[in-house]
Ligand binder design. Sequence first.
Ligand code: FAD
Ligand code: NA7
Length: 540
Amino acid sequence: SSDTKTTDYDAIVIGTGFGGIYSLYKLRNELGLSVRAFDKAGGVGGTWYWNRYPGALSDTESYVYRYSFDKELLQEWEWDTRYLQQPQILAYLGHVVERYDLARDIQFNTGITGILYDDASGRWTLKTDTGETFTARFVVTALGLLSRTNIPDIKGIETFAGDMVHTGAWPDQHDFSGKRVGVIGTGSTGIQVITAIRDEVDHLTVFQRSPQYCVPVGNGPVTPEYVDSVKSDYDQIWEHVRNSVVAFGFEESDVPAMSVSEEERQRVFEKNWNEGGGFRFMFATFSDIATDEEANKAAQDFIKGKIAEAVNDPETARKLMPTDYYAKRPLCGTDYYDTYNREHVELVALKENPIDEITPKGIRTADGVEHEIDVLILATGFDAVDGNYTKLDIRGRGGVTLNDHWNAGPTSFLGTTISQFPNLFMILGPNGPFTNLPPSIETQVEWISDLVKHVKDREGVTVEPTKDAEDGWTKTCQEIADMTLFPKADSWIFGANIPGKKNTVMFYMAGLAAYREQLAEVTDNGYRGFDIKTPAGADK
Ligand code: FAD
Ligand code: NA7
């Protein structure tokens, strides 16, 4: 075409959630690069743009589910509940974009389909689903780790005549009153949507595959005095968060569960149960719930006792009892198990009574019952971590495809870079930290921005990790994961939720403090593990 729109940039950012927004800010506002950001969404927010289902909530507490880099914003921004609902997080991210005038460099409703490296020019070419082509020296992929929706391949799903919605692609409008609603999935999302709509619907049928351990979330109002005290303490709070394991703000336990008496153990579980929060229950009670079999069993038994107490019908309680380790992403909800005491709520346990097929009218299970529903909610999760990468055409040096490079499973160096893919930086790529995410996102964006700064004024210079460095990091992540119980439970953390997906380690599970040390060590040793190449091919 003959338009004069700029198509060549110093850097291109893909995605405008927490990661993309901050990347655009760092590279454009701080480093002064020319940057264009893209999102296939119609606005900013990422997760919080797409997940508009009733009950959508961050289960990281409000005061640490935000950026820490802008101290003034930390003082200005108000909140009045312990956790933030989706509209509040979306408003917050929208404000950050406005505050830094970022929107003028974001192109919405534009999906990137190809990210192609050109060996001759040392630059990337990006293709869009709108038929445009852009080029850039640096590319930041902030595609999201829980972003690619998983639509289950259930027989007859396309024949369903009612409304069918995935929680991660939720329409703006919904009305459940007088409706018979079915929900497939009882993960974090399923639990939120079920508890939010249970009293609004005419009839609710929950199709549960794996029963889950769920503790109370403990949401509620917080006082202005509490908010003021947080604000006056923010420097220490972030210092503490960055030096912690899961970065959720609470004090992590250093006491092994079996080192105390049975009575003390129950007291600690009870106290944290009452306080609320899934990560708190797993990491603030005792130091080894996620690593020691006996400790894990104690937590399992405590939660199972609570399920038995909460659910009136013993047969329903039996169906709700988890059978595996307490080693998935820890869940929390509002009186979740009590949901099933309601007359109009029905629980179908798919492990003993699987879905035969979806029909125009509803879902028929193996026992021959056709559960009639008007609205089918798919709370079936995401093709996590690498899901948004494997669908793209990404090619590095010599045309090597990322899918070939990841043939044995997704890998990276430090969760951010890949050998043979120069000047390409991932936010929350495979084998990044498993934490409350905004502090990890900030850590990665700041580290990447420093690395870009290190080379930006040397025209044509490229940065990529060596294969050895990438292999070493993969092995490290594997070894750390093997010290935990997480690989023993099937979940998205290891890609086990997607049929046919290779079960591999996808996180660095040693925590944020250790992760930051690893990054610092690499930087302090002259970017050890990286090849910094001049156009002529000579090193450094
Ligand atoms: P995202 O917010 O996922 O943004 C990625 C963006 O990239 C999306 O807007 C997407 O449209 C865009 N994109 C992807 N591919 C392309 C492409 N090819 N072309 C153009 N655009 C593209 N984390 C926590 O720490 N605590 C919580 O309590 C918590 N709760 C959560 C609850 C839900 C329901 C979900 C789904 C996630 C939750 N998370 C939570 C994880 C959450 O995803 C992160 O905290 C954070 O929002 C991730 O930000 P991001 O920018 O990395 O990715
Ligand atoms: P999750 O945690 O992956 O949960 C998905 C749920 O859907 C889970 O109960 C699955 O059962 C179920 N599921 C998935 N596919 C099917 C099929 N084919 N049939 C029946 N049931 C199915 O996703 P969420 O959205 O809840 O949470 C993801 C993260 O996003 C969460 O940790 C937060 O950080 C936000 P399964 O357990 O696999 O047997």
